[in-house]
Design a protein around this ligand. Sequence first.
Ligand SMILES: [Zn+2]
Length: 542
Amino acid sequence: MPASPMTAPRARLKTLALACSALAAVLAITAGHALAQVKTADVIIHGGTIYTGADQPPFVGDVALLGDKIVYVGPSAKGFTAKRTIEAKGMVVAPGLIDAHTHPDTYIRSADPAVRVNAPWLAQGVSTIIIGVDGGGTPDVKDDQAKLEQQKIGTNVVSYVGFGAIRTRVLQNDARAPTPEELERMKAMVAKGMCEGAVGFSTGLFYAPQSFAKTEEVIALAKEAAKRGGIYDTHQRDESDYTIGVLNSVKETIRIGREAGMPVHFAHLKALGIDVQGQAPAIVDLINQARASGMEVNADQYPWLASGSSLEASLVPRWAVDGGYAAMIKRFDDPATMDKIRMEMRENLRRRGGPDAILLTAFDVPWSGKTLTAMAKEWNVEPIEAAVRILRQARTKGGIASFNMAEPDVELIMKQPWVVTSSDGSDGHPRQYATMPEKYLVYVKQKHVIDLANFIRHSTGLTADIFKLDRRGYLKPGYFADVVVFDPNTYAPKADYVHPRELSVGVQELFVNGEAAIDMGKITGALPGRGLKHMPTPGTCA
Ligand SMILES: [Zn+2]
């Protein structure tokens, strides 16, 4: 533009504007013919080691961003001018990481925007999280995502419609089968969720009241998601030997996918508890067989030896929670029933490796950060009595980290080409704050179980493929500008089981939809996250 348009007469300004837009049109046409024209970008990330998220070796080069999109990925962006250039020599430049299984409500649903930035995930380099897992996802996907977008959040979210949410609405917490009419109502809710953008149908058949459902009920509902292009995601009925055993549970999951006609995704795949440790090879075999038969089957996994759960879910038999928490407490009050419950709780505690293997993780209670053994000693009671005492006091204060996975199982599962990273991040377990760098530090740098390229591919592109995310998970022109820049020498977890709420370190830049959520190592406070919607199969929604 010529200088000083303020002094120019109005008519001349108009002519100039016309001339400018004509020139712009010519430029656009010549750019289309790939002539060397200067193109604009907001940001150029220069000279980093680029992992595109695809199954290809890294290379040194540039990434350019404009608005919410990536406009260049390659050896040199010298054809671009940018408002800002970030020197990334020696840094890893990758798609923003995607966390396949999360419990982030404390953060993304907080009233405080400083909490809604979702710092635990940002600091790990995560730009997209999957919510509504374990059967928890509301069928009101559209309203829920609209609310999150309106309040604004730091990371993108992808939603499931969940079995637990639906079954509780129709059958409350009861241990019975639905009537045909109730089943129809539940089917309509799955359809609604899918039509509003859910990526699939999630279940948590381990948990009451979902555990009360027979396989056929789950298949009938899963079909509603299958029709609309959804996937079946499950915290399976048994990851241990509580009921049907982990191998039968894997078979049940595959059967649900096969009969409903949809891809299957195992949440946080593992062999849990001393009785099934060492069964990862058999689990992997079953899944490989299903894949060889042409089914789409995959899984996510967190890189920790302790699971995160609650005293109720891990120790109390399911029949004792029929009807919900109040009904359970009533059964505790009946001495004969309590004797039976206590016997089964003892067996479940053995399965979980005993009271030393149970770390109590709820915040702001006398038992915070202590093992069940320590708490029993302090109260001078048996470990089971200590657990019952906690269960009686408050339903939400029974969080635990339960040390019950074996290292060889974790490593074997991690190496499978169909396993992606998830945190299962929930309050009180360091996995919420540290999963991604933990996997990098322990399994890439220290143990060499996988390499850096594998870590990135299995936390970005492969994950985006499984969840059918539109233009996410890869560094490619035209894709959304979710990009992380981290220092491979300093990227590390800070949280551990004793201090689970420490932010991870080493992420220098994190762009979410083109906005810097982390800049020069600091969380900016920006809230650029969006609700990502899956497009249902055309013609399947009214
Ligand atoms: Zn789960």
